[in-house]
Design a protein around this ligand. Structure first.
Ligand SMILES: *[C@@H]1O[C@H](CO)[C@@H](O)[C@H](O)[C@H]1NC(C)=O
Ligand SMILES: *[C@@H]1O[C@H](CO)[C@@H](O)[C@H](O)[C@H]1NC(C)=O
Length: 449
């Protein structure tokens, strides 16, 4: 449960760090343009201004960094995140330009290799026959090196590369692409399996996002199975509808999304046994796997189709997710896919011994107690006893709570656009004064990228 605690403490703070480039980042970019390339200033500024990813760009490389910021590379420029202007790549990765006059990056990936902290979460860049390893945007000592030295058996002048952690590939691996050839590289043994996936377009960049693997080609992308290369679903799709924010393109980010985000609030929030967090708002849920990946929004119906939207409360217990809507409880088995357990939904009365509707719910750690918030009261129900009944009922210092969740750092209670923190459920119910509120990061609501 280490992961759980780490993720929970980090969640809110890190959600903030997922935003598009900050003013500081942009200042740094200006600094570079003005001071490091005095002669090239106009040239670079114009070149950068001309690069508009909404016009449809074929990226050279795409990779997240160790904090989950994703970088899209084209020529000597990059974009950070899904919105914002092109910036010089050497603003973030200085030495790429110093060692090579940076024409472009051939390929890049972030390594997943938890067994070896000296490589885990490092970003590797490939330029011609050289490889650069970065952590925290600092070039590792001894780099750049020859690709052959670090990744024996992998060719020079690559097209694309992407991480493939154990579980998605059979062992922690990297998938390299060159022309129509694919190289599965086993990180531990340094063995290479070469394949030809002729059904897949030649990828110019590749990206892993929430356990899914994407090949980018032109301004399109195609999702593929990382072991077999199989393409399932309707592809290619236009990257501008998914991996960036463009005015004329959109997939849940158009006007209806703006409308939703105007006064969005959370309906419900929980974290599962693995520490993945799920926040529900209207028809949308956002998911935070780890701080490496940031929050991402999807439709509720795509995962919990029986519930579809407007969840009142959610909690996770014993490898299951309980979604409460109206006076019904839907229990899903948590696995790669959520499956509704047979016989559900059932009424709240039958399942938990209370009358709906309710506002929020949470379980702390492995305790077999669910705390249900209904109006300004908290009802504690013992999940280990049958039939279920309310053990304790306590008044709360809130008239209405939208959502709540509990973790090792305590309890978070979400009301409107703010949230409050308490050390424990008892501390909340016994508190006479509210602690000072925090703003809910917009990323949790799937807004504000
Ligand atoms: C992919 O690469 C192969 C090998 O270089 C080449 O023959 C083929 O034309 C390429 N396909 C596309 C669509 O560019
Ligand atoms: C992108 O995909 C669309 C189909 O979704 C296809 O019509 C178009 O030709 C593709 N464009 C490129 C540049 O690959």
């Amino acid at each position: 449960m280490r992961l759980l605690s780490q993720t929970l403490c980090l969640c809110l703070a890190l959600a903030l760090s997922q935003a598009a480039p900050s003013r500081y980042d942009l200042m740094m970019a200006d600094h570079y343009v003005n001071h490091h390339h005095p002669l090239l200033k106009d040239d670079h500024a114009h070149h950068g201004a001309k690069l508009d990813r909404c016009e449809g760009i074929e990226f050279d490389a795409i990779t997240p960094d160790e904090k989950g910021n994703v970088f899209f590379f084209k020529g000597d420029h990059l974009w950070k995140g899904y919105s914002g202007p092109a910036e010089l790549a050497n603003t973030y990765f200085k030495e790429l330009d110093e060692h090579h006059h940076l024409g472009h990056v051939d390929a890049a990936f972030r390594m997943h290799y938890a067994d070896d902290p000296t490589h885990h979460d490092h970003i590797f860049f490939f330029l011609d026959d050289h490889v650069f390893s970065y952590y925290n945007h600092i070039l590792e000592e001894g780099y750049p090196k020859k690709i052959q030295e670090v990744f024996p058996g992998i060719p020079d002048h690559l097209d694309a590369a992407v991480e493939c952690p154990k579980g998605e590939c059979s062992v922690d691996s990297v998938i390299f692409f060159k022309e129509n050839k694919v190289y599965h590289y086993d990180i531990a043994t340094k063995t290479v399996k070469e394949k030809v996936w002729s059904h897949l377009p030649n990828c110019t960049s590749a990206y892993r996002w929430l356990e899914r693997h994407y090949c980018f080609h032109g301004h399109n992308f195609t999702r593929f199975h990382p072991i077999t290369g199989t393409v399932v679903g309707v592809y290619p799709k236009d990257a501008r509808n998914y991996f960036m924010r463009c005015a004329d393109h959109g997939h849940g980010h158009g006007d209806s999304d703006k409308e939703r985000c105007k006064d969005a609030k959370l309906d419900a929030i929980t974290s599962d046994e693995e520490g993945k967090m799920y926040a529900f708002s209207g028809k949308v849920y956002t998911r935070l796997d780890t701080h490496r990946d940031g929050w991402h929004a999807f439709s509720i119906a795509s995962v919990w189709k029986e519930v579809e939207s407007d969840v009142d409360a959610v909690f996770s217990y014993d490898q299951k997710m309980y979604l409460i809507k109206g006076d019904q409880v839907y229990i899903y088995k948590s696995a790669v896919h959520y499956t509704l357990i047979e016989g559900y939904p059932k009424s709240l009365k039958e399942e938990l011994g209370i009358e709906g509707p309710v506002n929020a719910a949470f379980v702390c750690g492995h305790q077999p107690t669910v705390h249900i918030i209904k109006g300004s009261n908290m009802l504690d129900v013992d999940l280990s006893a049958t039939p279920r009944r309310v053990l304790v009922e306590s008044p709360l210092p809130f008239s209405k709570i939208d959502a709540s969740m509990c973790g090792p750092t305590g309890l978070k209670v979400f009301v409107g656009s703010e949230y409050y923190e308490f050390g424990s459920p008892v501390l909340m119910s016994s508190s006479r004064i509210r602690p000072s509120p925090h703003k809910i990061p917009l990323e949790i609501l799937g807004c504000g990228h």
